[in-house]
Design a protein around this ligand. Structure first.
Ligand code: NAD
Ligand code: DAU
Length: 349
């Protein structure tokens, strides 16, 4: 492939995927298409943005004429689609944005790819990045397999489930060469501090309360973001067309245990007496429709493509805390809104 479009490349996971592809495939032109919503931040890519094979395009995947014109002009060989509204709490407050971006935006991209490839699918691929949340919630045992029936509970997961169905429908109906992966919770550098780990790091740092939803007994399976990016690279290049691959960390934590571990690390790094920040824990009203437990069975990805997580949680978690503590300016910029000014300075509007 000569030209690959990555959508949502200025966001958390997308920026790690763009960096990996730009550095690993210098002969391939990598286009990062991003609307730069509150979650998109070009600062995430400042280390690679002058590379000759990197191109940034500001645009909205909901805007079909714009998307069609972009595909016509650039004739992308492959698409890796990460752009989305990604935060469950925001989806509860404002579902429509999730339907526009996650459902309509995905179908616009499918239409544009179908239109330029016109049935000549050799050497082309449309890779849709999805989430384990489409499978719903687990009880105390078991893990999601690729064959687990969909049962989304939040507007976010319902919109992602819907987009997954459209991707499969375009494969089954038009033969579009698609592939999908469903991943568990990612953690690592550059995650917007509305999500649990960076939010709580920031709050502990500023001695602000830590709002634990419900009893803190919900379980998530955490994967270091660079391991997810490696899986995406592998699936994009070696995954079977029409297939779905689950990606997970095999690393389940109850929220309250994860938060206590985070407090232990933060107190040590901030030079506070052990346990000081435990007093910040505040139990608040539970998230509506809060899924109790997610766990991923990634056997297919391991046995078929040889992928396994490489970063041990103890190591990745410490590195993550170090990254946020040493990137105070990044945190201040995204939390104060001044990164928006940065964007306006760079691109006008
Ligand atoms: P994010 O919110 O950090 O980034 C999303 C990016 O998409 C941002 O850069 C934003 O500007 C861009 N975007 C949003 N709406 C757009 C639009 N209409 N047009 C163009 N760009 C738009 O999200 P993330 O956490 O990096 O997640 C990326 C993808 O991975 C999403 O599809 C998400 O569903 C999926 N996913 C995330 C996780 C996780 O733990 N974060 C786990 C599994 C799957
Ligand atoms: O499982 C994959 C999904 O992981 C992705 O598809 C989503 O894009 C991503 O946001 C994430 O969803 P979660 O809802 O699991 O992540 P979040 O960081 O919002 O919350 C993690 C857990 O922590 C969840 O059980 C809710 C809880 N929580 C979260 C916040 C923000 C709290 O207790 N308090 C909080 O303030």
């Amino acid at each position: 492939m000569k030209k690959i479009l990555i959508t949502g490349g200025a966001g958390f996971i997308g920026s790690h995927v763009v960096r990996l592809f730009v550095n690993k495939y210098p002969e391939v032109e990598i286009f990062n298409l991003d609307k730069l919503t509150y979650a998109g931040n070009l600062e995430n890519l400042s280390d690679i943005d002058s590379k000759p094979n990197y191109h940034f395009v500001k645009g909205d995947i909901v805007d079909a004429p714009f998307i069609n014109a972009l595909f016509e002009r650039e004739q992308f060989d492959g698409v890796i689609h990460l752009a989305a509204e990604s935060h469950v709490d925001r989806s509860i407050a404002n579902p429509m944005e999730f339907i526009f971006t996650n459902v309509v935006g995905t179908v616009n991209l499918l239409n544009a790819a179908k239109s330029i490839w016109q049935g000549h699918y050799e050497g082309h691929r449309f890779y849709h990045i999805s989430t384990d949340e489409v499978y719903g919630a687990l009880g105390d045992t078991g893990a999601f397999k690729e064959t687990t029936p969909y049962s989304p509970h939040s507007p976010y997961s319902a919109s992602k489930a819907s987009s997954d169905h459209f991707v499969r429908a375009y494969h089954d109906t038009y033969g579009l060469p698609t592939v999908i992966s469903n991943c568990s919770n990612n953690y690592g550098p550059n995650q917007f501090p509305e999500k649990l780990i960076p939010l709580f790091i920031n709050n502990i740092k500023h001695n602000k309360s830590l709002p634990v939803y419900g009893k803190g007994i919900n379980v998530r399976d955490w994967l270091y973001v660079e391991d997810h990016a490696r899986a995406i690279d592998l699936i994009f290049h070696q995954g079977k067309t029409g297939e779905t691959y689950n990606i997970g960390g095999n690393n389940e934590w109850r929220n309250i245990d994860l938060i206590k571990k985070l407090i232990e690390i933060m107190d040590r790094k901030l030079g506070r007496p052990e346990g000081t920040s435990l007093q910040l824990i505040t139990y608040v009203t539970d998230r509506a429709g809060h899924d109790l437990r997610y766990a991923i069975d990634a056997t297919k990805l391991r046995t078929e493509l040889g992928w396994e997580p490489t970063i041990k949680f103890a190591e990745g978690f410490e590195q993550t805390v170090d990254w946020y503590l040493s990137h105070e300016e990044w945190l201040n910029n995204v939390t104060s809104g001044s990164y928006q000014e940065y964007y306006h300075k760079m691109y006008g509007e």
